[in-house]
Design a protein around this ligand. Structure first.
Ligand SMILES: *Cc1c(COP(=O)(O)O)cnc(C)c1O
Length: 498
């Protein structure tokens, strides 16, 4: 399998796409085709482990990895000892047409662990395969959860280092605490005085800056990406769409071949794009429902094909979705215009120059055959957390609750009662103060710190507090660098020289 750039640049192998992160022309790597999974193959996977699904799905994309290499990487990434559920992505049933796939049982309690536990192994192998002797220096911009997941994934992996930029005032207290307490000899954490888009733009700029790359080269380092633009991040996410489906079949909740809807809390568009790839591979998905918070640029895009980031940026109770430029959308646009990379280039140019591009009503209409989009503000989200807990005794974090709310909207507006799966992206404990306030009212939790809120949740829900939360209280702070959005280059070079 070869990989193309969405902007028309040269071909790459899977390991090159993973090693380089971004294509030289600034585009994103996309697979040359979607390997097909027949109903027979899907039936054969049903009842097997998460690891086996991963092996079967990924081998077709990662062709220049040997099967043994791939399986070793998968076993290391999804070692049950490091996940608090041995099935990795368990599926809960709320009612016969409503299920939740929980992607938060890894070390950082959020879905990004699924990809970021595997990626470092793929990167390390990719460096070997391409005879890369320099240190692979991962640079990451995070809206909250990616940062910690990347740090944990790359921590002390030989031949790599990991530097994370996060919006200094734009992540939750615990997200910040999780990052700045990270151990390991090769981890770096830098706050940026700006929002996530500033941090992401800064990292993208560094990747395109030849002078910066030369300075890194002199230090014996090669910058690379672990953001969700890296194909090595995207590919592992395809897997849980398949495991969810076969597990529902196995339990008699679905007939093999029956269609299902997924509703996905969306920020950078990586998670839901993996669902789209699963669908293109043959998984029977009817609708992919794109759920946004008040930063609803995607909701508007799916309505009329116009993507416009010239709008107010809101901090919400679902901070990992506080994003205006959803980088992975470029991969969907590429498929939508039938792989016309010249067209993609023009749209991306418009976006870079004026903050707007128009994909047109015709493209929007095509996309609407598969996608549906809606959003929930913080009030609706809090109400949804309470409604679901009261009705089903099920505790949702704010990101998951945004999706749950949008699914209700979708069903009301379309009447479509197709079996639906909510993709749950974070543990309610990760956002304990907001979840506790949603259940009890903000007065009841006033003055309580994060840990007191977490204890309150445990008492209410009887869901045990994860040990990752319990431990956090006593870890020392190891990282305190902060820089301006235009000082990121200097900051990373000074960290890496330490
Ligand atoms: C990253 C993240 C999302 C958004 O996923 P994308 O792939 O960026 O769309 C949603 N919820 C949580 C908890 C996240 O960490």
């Amino acid at each position: 399998m070869s990989f193309f750039s969405t902007r028309g640049g040269a071909c790459a192998t899977a390991s090159q796409a993973i090693l380089w992160g971004l294509a030289k022309d600034g585009g994103l790597f996309v697979p040359s085709m979607f390997p097909q999974v027949s109903m027979e193959r899907l039936s054969a996977m049903a009842g097997t482990s998460y690891q086996n699904h991963a092996s079967r799905i990924l081998r077709d994309y990662l062709e220049d990895y040997s099967l043994a290499e791939l399986d070793d990487a998968i076993q290391a990434a999804y070692d049950p000892a490091e996940w608090d559920d041995p099935t990795i992505a368990p599926v809960r049933t709320l009612d016969p047409t409503l299920h939740v796939v929980e992607l938060f049982h890894g070390p950082t309690l959020a879905f990004k662990d699924i990809a970021l536990k595997l990626l470092p192994h793929l990167v390390s192998l990719a460096a070997e395969k391409n005879d890369e002797k320099r240190e692979v220096s991962i640079l990451v911009a995070t809206s909250g959860d990616t940062g910690k997941a990347a740090l944990e994934g790359f921590k002390d992996v030989p031949g790599t280092s990991c530097t994370v930029f996060y919006p200094h005032e734009g992540v939750s207290d615990v997200q910040k605490l999780q990052m700045v307490t990270t151990g390991g000899q090769n981890t770096h954490v830098i706050g940026v005085d700006g929002n996530f888009d500033d941090a992401q733009r800064g990292v993208k700029k560094l990747f395109g800056d030849e002078a910066f790359k030369e300075k890194m080269n002199e230090l014996g380092k090669m910058p690379s990406s672990a953001n969700s633009i890296n194909f090595g991040r995207l590919a592992p996410q395809i897997v849980y769409y398949f495991t969810t489906y076969t597990r529902l079949v196995k339990r008699g909740k679905l007939r093999m071949g029956q269609h299902v809807n997924f509703v996905v809390p969306t920020g950078n568009f990586g998670d839901i794009l993996a669902g789209y790839y699963a669908m293109r591979m043959g998984l029977p998905i009817r609708r992919l429902i794109c759920a946004s918070n008040k930063n609803n640029v995607l909701t508007d895009f799916f309505a009329d094909g116009t993507y416009d980031v010239n709008r107010e940026f809101y901090k919400t109770s679902s901070p990992s979705m506080d994003i205006l430029v959803s980088s992975n959308l470029e991969r969907l646009l590429y498929e939508c215009c039938e792989r016309d990379s010249e067209q993609v280039k023009l749209w991306m140019q418009d976006l870079a120059e004026s903050g707007v591009f128009c994909a047109g009503v015709k493209n929007a209409k095509e996309l609407k055959k598969i996608f549906w989009a809606g959003y929930a503000d913080d009030e609706m989200t809090a109400e949804e957390i309470r409604r679901v807990f009261e009705m089903d005794q099920y505790l949702m974090d704010p990101h998951t609750a945004v999706a749950s709310h949008v699914l209700q909207q979708y069903r009301r507006e379309t009447g479509d009662q197709t079996v639906a799966v909510i993709v749950s992206t974070a543990s309610p404990y990760k956002f304990a103060p907001d979840v506790a306030a949603s259940l009890l009212g903000s007065e009841a939790v006033e003055g309580m710190d994060f840990f007191a809120c977490a204890e309150k949740l445990e008492e209410l829900s009887k869901v045990p507090m994860p040990k990752q939360v319990r431990e956090l209280r006593d870890l020392p702070i190891r990282h305190n660098a902060v820089c301006a959005p235009d000082g990121m280059e200097e900051a990373v070079l000074s960290e890496l020289k330490k």
